[in-house]
Ligand binder design. Sequence first.
Ligand code: ARG
Length: 561
Amino acid sequence: MKYINLFAQELYAACDEKLGKEEIVQRIEKPKHEELGDYAFPCFDLARMKRETPKRIAANIASRIHSAHFEKVEAVGPYINVFLKKETVAYEVVRKILQEGNHYGTSNLGKGGAVTIDLSSPNIAKPFSMGHLRSTVIGNALALILEKSGYRPVRINHLGDWGTQFGKLITAYRKWGNEAQVRQNTIKELLALYIKFHEEADLTPSLLDDGRKAFKSLEEGDPDAVALWKWFREESLQEFNRIYQLMGITFDSTNGEAFYNDKMQCVVELLEEKELLTESQGAMVVEVDDHLPPCLIKKKDGATLYATRDLAAALYRYETYGFNQALYVVGNEQSLHFKQVFKVLKKMGYEWADQMHHITFGMMLKDGKKMSTRKGKVVLLEEVLKEAIALAKENINTKNPLLKNKQIIAEQIGVGAVMFHDLKNDRRNDIDFSLEDMLRVEGETGPYVQYTNARACSILRKGQFQSEKNSSIIVDKEAWPIITRLNEFPMAVDRAVKEYDPSQVAKYVLDLSRSFNKYYGQTRILDDKTHMNARLKLVSAVSIVLTEGLRLLGLHAPEEM
Ligand code: ARG
């Protein structure tokens, strides 16, 4: 970053302040080829302002730029190209990273502002779906990245733990349930009961009434119904917690939909007060213009809905956390829902509704097709994670059988592979599910980055690296791309924050890994004893940044694997 600003500063002075510093920074480009320098500035706009040819402007300005950090400044046609002084820059960048360690790239962009992040949010008594996996992994990475940039993330797991389906489940359990079985395998058993309920209801429609009644009694606080619901919730959570633990994910709040039961009446009253509620076919709705269908607040029978709970949750979160931004990491298919909710809040007069963002993501596909929750086709996340871990362990057993802590490291690799696979693409794209792809040690995978870091750590061990010793740094030809990438880490983090896009960090660590592996393949780091420690400084800086980059994505960086 610094060096871009330095160049911009020089340009600003040399162009007689015709352009502002920010405008200059925005126009600076990175040349396509290394031979063209490290930064380039096109002079077309300046030429227009000064009524001269871009070529003359470029030549004129280039001759006026001098800085201790630049090796060469040259005009090439309408461009001014600068070449950074490699030794100086390398020395500064590496020293900064070794000094700051894992704080490198930390900023105060967020100035301590709270950002609520609604993430994961699975529905209890149902399997944890791939959609919920995506929300969990993306939301967790965003929280870590925002935190590094000086925001205060609040991770909220808005559990789907309320709604008419629980009346059906209670009815089914009372009719056909078996306590021991449910205890043993909660989600599988409850799902089976739920499916059976629908099958039976096709034959005996009066069951649906029983389900409605059971939900009503639950809403009214009938102790027996409440006890069952609580039990389903707790057992489901235990299953989800196993998954969260494997992924190393924690929450600041697990207030789900049920938490807002006693907070919805207030929302309805507020809407009435503000004269926003209208009746439509017996239901109460809020019209939200912009060609959107109205937002449903209350059903004919008085039951409140998903949107009502989200409105109550938004008010509660604003009061409780005073958020500067509220993010909802939820799949594309709920776009309409969030548009409606944000609009209703805006109509209620809450300006902060402008700071609410639906962070969408694409679907997880299998063989190019949507994964269905219907029996047989659902891929259970816990099984996927276990399989990934088992494969990682097999790999260790063949490649490095004497490794210590095999199980822990296999977990870090296997789970990391699944998470990284999700994060490396722009979140809005659909992604294809493939365990083999995830676990590849070559190519764009988590294990590849982890392996690169482990390789760096091993070199450091073998060379008995001392971070204090001698302060020079050797810029071999292959080292320069590493230096420029290391320098760009803070910018990758900034981009990830601005676009709510963890893939910026994932792509960054892949890039740095590739540069490092190329360097490693071409440079005999440990053979040349006079320069060994200087080279190891670079290796150490790479390892620090890879480890921190992986951490921001929710992955571990084992030192051996
Ligand atoms: N439980 C919901 C589902 O699985 C997702 C909840 C998302 N968060 C929210 N505040 N609506 O579809």
